[in-house]
Every structure is written in C-alpha cells, then in structure tokens.
Design a protein around this ligand. Structure first.
Ligand SMILES: C[S@@+](CC[C@H](N)C(=O)[O-])C[C@H]1O[C@@H](n2cnc3c(N)ncnc32)[C@H](O)[C@@H]1O
Length: 239
C-alpha cells in the first residue's frame, strides 16, 4: 500500500504544509523553529523573478504555492493522486477542511488556508513519477525536490535526469532527511557512505554546490505526538 494515497497522510500533510503554527503546535515549549519548512526551503533560492519552476514530490503543494510568488509558471508533480487532488483543491478554493487527529478516535475538523500573496493560478499540478518524468517536460530555472530522494526506489535515476531539467545557471534545491528505508528504496540504491558525498559524486560534473545546511521540520501526528526530523539541504547551480 502507498501510504501517500491515504486520507490520514493527506490530512497530516495538509496540516504540515498549510496549517497555521497554532493549529500544528499548541505547546509553547515545542520546537517552533521546525515550523514553516515548505516555505523556508523555497526562500533558499536566489531572489528575483524567473520563468519556469518545478516542484518534484510536491505532496499537497505548499512549496509550489511559495514558488509561484516569483515564477511565471510552476509545475508541481507528485506520484500520489490523493495529494495532487488535495493540492488542486487548495488551488481552487483557497482553503481546505482537515480532519485533525487529537488522540484515539477524537478528531477535530479545522480549516487550513492558502498563503496570502501566492499566485496559485500559475501552478499546474500533475500526477507523475519523478523517476520517469515525461519527455516533453522541458527545463526549468528552479527545481526543488524536497524530502523525495529517500522515498524513491531508484533515486539515482532522478539525479541522472536533473542536468536536463535545470537550465545552465539555473538552481536546484534538494532536501533529504536521509531516512533510507528498504520499504521505499532497495539497499543497493542507498548511498554507499553518507548522503552528502554521494550527492556530490552524482551531481558535481553538472552542478556547482552553492550551500549545504540543516533544516528541521515538524509533522503533527496527534496533539501530543510529533515527528521532528532534520533534513540536509543542498543548493546547486547548473554549470
Ligand atoms: C516525504 S514526502 C515530501 C513531500 C514534500 N516535498 C515535503 O517536503 O513536504 C515525499 C513525497 O514524494 C512523493 N513521491 C514518492 N514517490 C514519488 C515518485 N516516484 N515520483 C513523484 N513523487 C513521489 C510522495 O507521494 C510524497 O508526496
């Protein structure tokens, strides 16, 4: 079963991407700095307006909304039809009901809202496979693949396609929590050592590494249980 096709994960991701801080984390001593991950990572692209941007593994689409502020066209692709449909619903209505699990069988219906100032009409959501992207997808000024690599059966196939997807001088941001798991990626597709030197080995012929740092994120499971995870962010410029 693909967990990303479930209503449970759809609602967790709608809250993760579009929930207000108070809707996600009611605890004043909680890790506030881990909130707003899908926005923070897009802010790492260089400033300025661009033509085309791509959000690969976009889930329910918050980073695509953020990219639409400065890109004339955003293509947002995810393998999960449930997630793509949720992104389209946010795009159409500007808000969405989320069934938020509090504990046990206790749920609360809340409304999450699209961010003000984004340009959702610029986004084209589509279902697709990041390892088998359609040939006519074209190339982009900015490509984001957030927390996707370690969810792919063959991450090296996406890395091999990236030089074609990013125009010379264009930017690529990859984030990965390096949570390599056999349920997603057979072990022979994992990095042999640490993830960063593996990424350098795969990408440096075509991309210059501009920066690397750590970005925490927080996914709420219940009112009292959260996933706090730290992603490795790398930013690259196409040679
Ligand atoms: C851990 S989530 C990250 C989502 C989002 N980028 C974020 O940072 O919150 C992984 C996402 O990758 C998607 N995904 C998994 N395999 C994929 C594939 N082969 N092609 C495209 N998307 C895929 C999942 O459906 C899910 O939305």
């Amino acid at each position: 079963m693909n967990i990303y096709e479930t209503d449970k994960l759809r609602d967790e991701y709608l809250l993760f991407h579009f929930g207000a801080p108070s809707q996600i984390l009611p605890w004043p001593r909680g890790p506030q700095e881990a909130l707003e991950f899908p926005t923070r990572i897009v802010e790492r692209f260089s400033s300025g307006e661009v033509g085309r941007a791509l959000d690969l593994g976009c889930a329910v689409g918050r980073s695509a909304f953020e990219m639409s502020r400065t890109a004339a066209e955003v293509v947002a692709i995810d393998y999960s039809q449930v997630f793509v449909d949720a992104g389209k619903a946010m795009q159409g209505a500007g808000c969405c009901e989320v069934s938020r699990l509090e504990e046990g069988r206790r749920r609360e219906t809340i409304v999450v809202e699209a961010p003000a100032g984004a340009r959702p009409e610029r986004i084209a959501f589509e279902q697709g496979d990041a390892m088998n992207l359609r040939a006519e997808l074209g190339s982009f000024d900015r490509v984001l693949a957030a927390n996707l690599l370690c969810r792919l059966p063959e991450p090296a196939r996406l890395l091999g396609r990236l030089p074609e997807l990013v125009i010379p001088g264009g930017e690529l941001i990859l984030t990965t929590p390096c949570t390599w798991l056999e349920e997603f990626t057979p072990q022979d597709g994992w990095p042999q050592g640490a993830t960063l030197p593996w990424l350098k080995g795969e990408l440096e012929a075509h991309f210059e590494l501009l920066e690397e740092h750590d970005e925490p994120f927080l996914i709420r499971e219940t009112a009292r249980k959260f996933q706090w995870t730290v992603s490795l962010l790398t930013k690259w410029r196409r040679r």
